[in-house]
Design a protein around this ligand. Structure first.
Ligand SMILES: [Zn+2]
Ligand SMILES: [Zn+2]
Length: 149
């Protein structure tokens, strides 16, 4: 199976993914704005089993909220991926770091309550907060039908 490769800004951290995302998203929350210094973050949720840090070290960063582990490159400080309690077995990658531009297309957008009013994201579903965990299975089914080639 084809392997996707992601790099931090300095190149010391190399991540590899076998398989495809189960969901992609844009998040407009103030935390994502702070960590990207931009209008929103872009993520691809992939199975942990197909994910590996191929080289380099990663460190925890962000607000250090329990149950929300954000990993960074200790040298260039790129935000790399996030592990979320409740989404066990999955890892949320910062999709623009990967050599798969199609992974950055956001199927859903979250936390639109904190969105800059001038931002328009072509997501299929928008949530003022986060989608309820119970909705994820249906969303993942729909995503697999609609994601671009
Ligand atoms: Zn780096
Ligand atoms: Zn966010």
């Amino acid at each position: 199976m084809a392997e996707a490769i992601g790099n931090c800004r300095c190149g010391k951290v190399v991540m590899a993914v076998t398989g495809e995302p189960v969901m992609t998203s844009a998040c407009h929350c103030d935390g994502c704005k702070a960590m990207t210094a931009s209008a929103f973050s872009l993520s691809a949720l992939v199975p942990e089993a197909g994910f590996a840090v191929r080289s380099g070290e990663v460190v925890l960063g962000g607000a250090r909220t329990p149950g929300l582990d954000h990993y960074f490159c200790p040298d260039c400080k790129s935000w790399l991926f996030t592990r979320i309690d409740g989404l066990d077995g999955l890892v949320n990658l910062r999709s623009p770091l990967f050599d798969r531009p199609d992974w950055s297309w956001p199927f859903i957008e979250t936390m639109t309550a904190e969105k800059f009013h001038w931002v328009e994201v072509p997501a299929v579903h928008a949530y003022e907060g986060f989608p309820p965990m119970a909705a994820f299975e249906t969303l993942m089914d729909e995503f697999s039908d609609r994601r671009p080639g």
